[in-house]
Design a protein around this ligand. Structure first.
Ligand code: GLU
Length: 320
């Protein structure tokens, strides 16, 4: 049988970028510094559940900041948009993910994709679920991936020991009444959510769950209420790729989120979830190979949300 066009494409891109020898693995969480710079996987999952993958798609790594859209979605679904937006904004910050700043006037974090906002979101979940917060997060992430996930205890301990900046953020938020008194307990959940282990394969299924309006395309489980998907995807579109989010929107043009462990996940609304794993990061904290692969996939398949030339031709013809 002839190889599917999408499978050939990702194998080509994997071969092309395997030799790209640029970027540095994150070391500010000491345990992340042990990542293998050669690990490289690319996985696409269509919204109707077809899987195309190549390279190291079964190698586990911690989800890190790619947890942020999912906890935000949980908060929107469980607490409602109005309540969540009292505590966190939807504006790109133009600053690093771990910057210690809040919006003037409201004292809200700029958005939920940076640490101030993500810790606030986790604290909102903690105010609701108490000691069971992490179990609720893990259950939801597992449903999105379609299998039971676990945490990397060593990365969690490493971040607990060295996460002084995040601790400072939690206390700043406490000072401004943006998190409740159990800021430390909420922070502990945040460290754990970042330490959830996923593979590139899992991440593409999680992205495909969002592309499929909240329903996991393989298990058919409705993981997120369809009403919170728009909130999740629009924040990913404007704020998901650190201080490269504007360029990403311009060049790739789909909602996405990356993490300092070297993962990137992207969502082509109602069509496709994509994930790339490769630990060396560029100056913005995005996977160096991950960016290249996604830029080229978007160009070759006409994935950009506003692509007028390709839309409806190459990609839709191949997949749908
Ligand atoms: N756990 C990391 C931190 O909060 C996540 C950072 C990231 O992936 O952007 O510092």
């Amino acid at each position: 049988m002839e190889k599917h066009e999408l499978q050939s494409l990702i194998e080509d891109l994997h071969g092309k970028y395997q030799s790209l020898d640029e970027g540095e693995v994150a070391t500010y969480i000491p345990e992340l510094g042990k990542a293998n710079v050669d690990d490289f996987g690319v996985c696409l999952v269509t919204s109707d559940g077809r899987i195309f993958e190549t390279g190291d798609c079964d190698r586990p790594f911690t989800i890190q900041s790619m947890s942020k859209p999912f906890t935000f979605g949980m908060a929107i679904e469980e607490l409602g948009q109005e309540k969540v937006l009292q505590y966190v904004g939807v504006e790109p910050s133009g600053d690093a993910f771990n910057s210690i700043e809040l919006q003037s006037g409201t004292n809200r974090p700029y958005n939920p994709m940076i640490n101030t906002g993500a810790i606030t979101v986790t604290a909102l979940l903690h105010a609701r679920h108490g000691d069971r917060t992490f179990d609720a997060v893990l259950a939801r992430f597992s449903a999105a991936a379609g299998r039971p996930l676990t945490i990397d205890e060593a990365v969690y301990q490493s971040e607990c020991r060295t996460g002084h900046r995040n601790r400072a953020i939690a206390h700043l938020l406490l000072n401004f009444d943006m998190v409740h008194q159990e800021a430390e307990a909420a922070l502990d959940v945040y460290f754990k959510q970042c330490s959830i282990l996923v593979t590139c394969h899992d991440l593409a299924i999680m992205a495909a769950t969002l592309s499929n309006m909240g329903r996991n395309p393989l298990t058919r489980h409705e993981v997120f209420d369809i009403r919170c998907i728009r909130d999740m995807l629009s924040i990913m579109f404007t704020c998901g790729m650190y201080d490269y989010s504007g360029q990403w929107a311009y060049r790739v043009g789909v909602p996405a989120k990356s993490g300092v462990s070297g993962g990137v996940m992207a969502v082509v609304n109602r069509q496709l979830g994509m994930a790339v794993y490769s630990p060396p990061l560029d100056m913005h904290g995005n996977s160096r190979r991950g960016i290249e692969v996604c830029v080229e996939l978007a160009a070759r398949l006409g994935l950009h949300a506003f692509d007028c030339l390709n839309f409806g031709s190459s990609f839709l013809k191949v997949v749908l």
